[in-house]
Design a binder for this molecule. Structure first.
Ligand code: PLP
Length: 429
């Protein structure tokens, strides 16, 4: 595979961009080698600047659930752009988006649009602190909620990938206000709330953890956290930046039947444009400026082009059977990968949610951060490069969930499994 043009670009990029990238995991630091530079994308495929095609299981880290460059999304963007790119006054599409989100996710009585998942989560905890008058927040080891200071404590995603779960530059006094828990551990949560319950403004969780690979909540775990936070007067915040509209039309809260006080979103609701949102009960959201005193603002928030891309994407998700079909594809892929690994004599297990999966180099069912980080990362690296060389792009980290889109068809999935037969042999080392 010729990658000369990507190599030349990466050489230039490293001189001017930290690590040659604008977001750390893109640098391939934990898998080794160099990233490829994208030239274009369509459906389930990415093409690099050297003309190589990859079946893509990253999907721009989540937004491209309908597939890349879906004609309906592209048309909505093109049409909206004709009228201007940003107005700085309210526009109708923001209202359409707020109404659409509320219709899909009943707990979103009111929402505020922002520009990224990071903005959504840091605004949500400001609201939790402002509304409760308490300072501490609780998060889970290996969960990632963007790069806000309060969240870079035992964080997942790139922070975990690069071994920097606690970032320099976060004041200790602020980090001290973030309490952490092991994911899926009932007793630890009980013990923490017994000790600090009255000081906790909110508990934030990825209802399916997608930033320490992919870990589903144990039976009853989210319900337990719902009861625990309510008992102690703390807000339950679901970070659905990844799971929102992916795992069910109403996100993980619909899938598991648990209603949080606040939720955060991003990715899919921008259809590939920069976007985020946070929302929840009216009585809480009404405390956000200008209807309330808790300040939060944004020059480009509610951007019409982003709203148009997001609304067009949400339209596509509304097709009957959309999520069921994605779950079927997820099983086809994961069953195929497990069989290929078995045939190659490599211990591998998978975790699955609709359109979201995790592949673990272990023979155990993975339910915790400790188990995820105990997997064979060196084997993953070899597997990753074996797949890439065979035209399949997986997230370049052992700690990221994989994503499927509606555009992946059976032939793409079967080709992926075929590639995996060779890549698992590579992974054996
Ligand atoms: N929350 C979760 C669960 C995420 O997965 C991410 C990003 O991957 C974020 C928040 C941060 O979103 P953004 O990268 O748009 O700031």
């Amino acid at each position: 595979m010729n990658t000369d043009t990507s190599h030349a670009l990466f050489t230039r990029a490293q001189a001017r961009l930290p690590g040659g990238v604008n977001s750390p995991v893109r640098a391939f630091g934990s898998v080794g080698g160099e990233p490829f530079f994208a030239a274009r994308a369509e459906g389930p495929y990415l093409w690099d600047v050297d003309g190589n095609r990859y079946i893509d299981y990253v999907g721009s880290w989540g937004p491209m659930i309908a597939g890349h460059a879906h004609p309906a999304v592209m048309a909505a963007v093109a049409e909206t752009m004709r009228h201007g790119l940003s107005f700085g006054v309210p526009n109708a599409l923001e209202v359409d988006m707020a109404e659409r989100l509320a219709a899909l996710v009943p707990s979103l009585e009111m929402v505020r649009m922002v520009n990224s998942g990071t903005e959504a989560t840091l605004s949500a905890i400001r609201l939790a602190r402002g509304a409760t008058g308490r300072s501490r927040i609780v998060k889970f080891e290996g969960c990632y909620h963007g790069h806000g200071d309060s969240f870079l404590v035992k964080a997942g995603s790139g922070a975990l990938t690069f071994g920097l779960p606690n970032s320099p530059g976060v004041p200790q006094s602020l980090a001290d206000l973030t309490l952490t828990l092991p994911y899926n551990d009932f007793e630890a949560a009980d013990a923490l709330f017994a000790l600090h319950g009255a000081e906790i403004a909110g508990l934030i969780i990825e209802p399916i953890a997608g930033n320490m690979n992919c870990i589903l909540p144990r039976e009853g775990y989210l319900q337990h956290l719902r009861a625990l936070t309510s008992k102690h007067g703390a807000l339950l915040i679901f970070d659905e930046v990844m799971t929102g509209f992916r795992v069910a039309p109403g996100g993980a809260q619909e899938l598991f039947g648990v209603t949080p006080d606040l939720s955060t979103f991003g990715k899919i609701i921008g259809g590939g444009m920069p976007v985020g949102a946070y929302g929840g009960r009216r009585e809480l959201m009404a405390q956000v400026a200008p209807s309330g005193p808790i300040y939060q603002a944004g020059t480009l928030s509610g951007n019409p082009v982003a709203m148009a891309a997001g609304l067009a994407t949400l339209d596509l998700l509304g097709a009957p059977g959309f999520h069921d079909a994605l779950l079927g594809k997820t099983h086809r892929l994961c069953d195929g990968l497990e069989a290929a690994a078995r045939d190659a004599g490599v211990p591998v297990t998978t975790n699955r949610a609709p359109a979201m999966f995790g592949l673990f180099f272990t023979d155990q069912k993975v339910e915790s951060f400790a188990q995820a980080t105990a997997c064979d990362v060196a084997a993953f690296r070899r597997f990753f490069h074996g797949m890439l060389a065979r035209g399949v792009y997986l997230a370049p980290s052992a700690y990221e969930a994989g994503f499927l889109s509606a555009a992946h068809d059976d032939a793409d999935i079967d080709a992926t499994v075929e590639a995996a037969r060779g890549a698992f042999a590579d992974a054996r080392g």
